[in-house]
Design a protein around this ligand. Structure first.
Ligand code: NAI
Length: 251
């Protein structure tokens, strides 16, 4: 039995990952805004600190962390919130839990990016670089001045940058860092995106080689594999798991 922490565990991909890990006999400490072992709002530094404190109360070792908590960037959405939850709510929590991961013989972190990095046009690499620089007030100011729909892929690209920059040093501590990049997955987030007055029509316009959106348990299966020792050679990479959308759009 291993011990994992999953954020955004109350819904969608986080819930499916939690269910799968528990079914495999592991212990999972769940974190979310509600319906979780540790209730915390990861949009703020204070909320992240309380999330980490909550995890530390119940364990001093972690074999893996899966930071799934994230928000979509819809019409009229709050770009600063998208940057704070998706990037800082991931990176700050994972970095704070590093000592618990290093305490395990081997550990693995699977960050949840998105194939919007490859497949969504019009977002700014400069914004992604600014977010990845890690200055949250500066990133929030730039994100607030950007349409939230374009902050989303920038935040998810910044996550990959964080993985690339940190994977070598963390691997030396026995902690593998990787990312998954799902395409459209049928979760509460997909429902929110479809309901968007301007962008909703585009949600199902993305082609998929398999002719359907993903299911959360399909993403969870890839995450669970990356968490496992079977993926012991996989370090610092991003696994696009999108039913072939990226392959179709970027042949
Ligand atoms: P979801 O909406 O079903 O679950 C997201 C979870 O994150 C919710 O339980 C929510 O309460 C939690 N969360 C949001 N803001 C939070 C905050 N401030 N503090 C704590 N928890 C918070 O969405 P889904 O689809 O399961 O998303 C999981 C991850 O997958 C997200 O990072 C999302 O960006 C990513 N993703 C989703 C795709 C999709 O099509 N559904 C596609 C690509 C990536």
């Amino acid at each position: 039995m291993r011990t994992f922490a999953v954020t955004g565990a109350a819904s969608g991909i986080g819930a499916a990952t939690t269910e799968r890990l528990r079914a495999d006999g592991h212990r999972v400490v769940t974190i979310d805004r509600a319906d979780a072992d540790v209730v915390a709002d990861l949009s703020t530094p204070a909320g992240r600190s309380s999330a980490v404190a909550g995890v530390r109360e119940v364990t001093d070792v972690l074999h893996g962390v899966v930071p799934c908590a994230g928000v979509a960037g819809g019409t009229g959405g709050d770009g600063a919130l998208v940057a704070s939850v998706n990037y800082f709510g991931t990176v700050e929590v994972v970095e704070s839990l590093r000592p618990l991961l290093a305490a395990a013989d081997s550990a693995s972190v699977v960050v949840v990016s998105s194939n919007s990095v490859e497949c969504q046009p019009g977002w700014s690499r400069e914004l992604a670089a600014l977010i990845a620089d890690g200055d949250e007030p500066a990133a929030r100011a730039a994100a607030a001045a950007t349409e939230a729909v374009h902050v989303y892929p920038a935040s998810k690209s910044a996550l990959r940058t964080w993985v690339r920059r940190n994977a070598p040093a963390w691997a030396a501590d026995g902690v593998r860092l990787n990312a998954v990049a799902p395409g459209l997955v049928e979760t509460a987030m997909a429902t929110v995106m479809r309901a968007d007055p301007e962008l909703g029509v585009f949600v199902d316009a993305y082609p998929s080689a398999i002719g359907r959106p993903g299911r959360p348990e399909e993403v969870a299966a890839a995450i669970v594999w990356l968490l496992s020792d079977e993926a012991s050679l996989v370090v610092g990479t991003t696994l696009v798991i999108d039913g072939g959308t990226d392959a179709l759009l970027n042949p």
